[in-house]
Ligand binder design. Structure first.
Ligand SMILES: Nc1ncnc2c1ncn2[C@@H]1O[C@H](COP(=O)(O)OP(=O)(O)OP(=O)(O)O)[C@@H](O)[C@H]1O
Ligand SMILES: [Mg+2]
Length: 245
């Protein structure tokens, strides 16, 4: 879906300001603008800060990942880059189920499930989380999704299949630039014709990325846990991603 627009969309009314991005209407019904901020939050918004240059890194990295996925048959909302930290996207109705894919133990698997960090997972874990800040994005299961009508059986199977295909593509890409893709979060949305496409972002905010050689964390965990050199880690991901293209 990465066709370019004939004329550049003009930014209109602010539709939504989230923690990491702003979404604007445009002069075209069929396009939105997604602008990436330097603001960083963690632990349900209780930790707040800014990461200089993050908006640009996340926008550029997301654009490259969306292009790569589109080339590999994964339809997504990306249309074109408009500036260093803004992109045109296709509007979707976001499905309030976040899909998390895990290749290596980290994060909540360590904090809440008692697993040791850094163990390879086989099979890959796919998890569903309800996208609801007030409820702190709780883990949910297939029955919850069916009972509350977020997706039917086919929709769940489709999202799982897409998530695993995306995982294969991204695992290979990141391996090529010396990075282990530990885990990541995806959001999907419905187009007016009922089709479901990938939306939101794919960036060091939404992926855990570890250097293959040193194990160094090159993602938002540096901010979450005050590991230092946060800006430098984001720049490193941008640099490696850009040189791979
Ligand atoms: N193609 C799209 N069409 C419509 N909305 C989208 C699209 N892609 C992403 N979004 C939504 O735009 C918002 C982006 O803002 P951001 O990621 O900062 O939100 P957030 O703070 O993480 O969470 P919240 O969604 O709770 O505000 C998100 O709500 C996301 O679900
Ligand atoms: Mg978000």
């Amino acid at each position: 879906m990465s066709e370019t627009t004939e004329t550049r969309p003009v930014k209109g009314e602010l539709l939504h300001e989230g923690k990491a991005k702003k979404v604007f209407k445009t002069d075209r019904e069929d396009l939105l603008i997604q602008e990436f901020k330097n603001d960083a939050t963690a632990f349900d918004g209780t930790k707040k800060g800014t990461i200089e240059g993050k908006g640009t890194v996340n926008c550029q990295v997301s654009a490259m990942m969306f292009k790569l996925l589109a080339e590999n048959g994964i339809e997504n909302h990306y249309v074109e880059l408009l500036s260093e930290n803004a992109m045109a996207i296709l509007p979707v109705e976001i499905i309030p189920v976040e899909v998390v894919v895990r290749n290596i133990t980290a994060g909540s698997l360590v904090r809440h499930r008692g697993f040791e960090e850094g163990k390879k997972l086989d099979p890959t874990i796919v998890e569903w989380y309800l996208k609801n800040n007030e409820l702190h994005d709780p883990l949910i299961n297939d029955s919850h999704i069916l009972a509350f009508g977020y997706l039917d059986e086919d929709g769940m199977a489709l999202l799982r299949e897409k998530a695993l295909k995306i995982n294969e593509i991204l695992l290979e890409f990141f391996a090529g630039i010396g990075i282990d893709l530990v885990d990541f979060k995806l959001e999907f949305g419905r187009r007016p014709d009922g089709s479901i496409i990938l939306a939101d972002e794919i960036s060091p905010d939404t992926c855990r990325l570890w250097d293959k050689e040193t194990g160094r964390k090159l993602d938002k965990d540096r901010f979450r846990f005050d590991l230092g050199d946060v800006e430098e880690a984001y720049q490193e991901i941008l640099k490696r991603t850009a040189t791979a293209n």
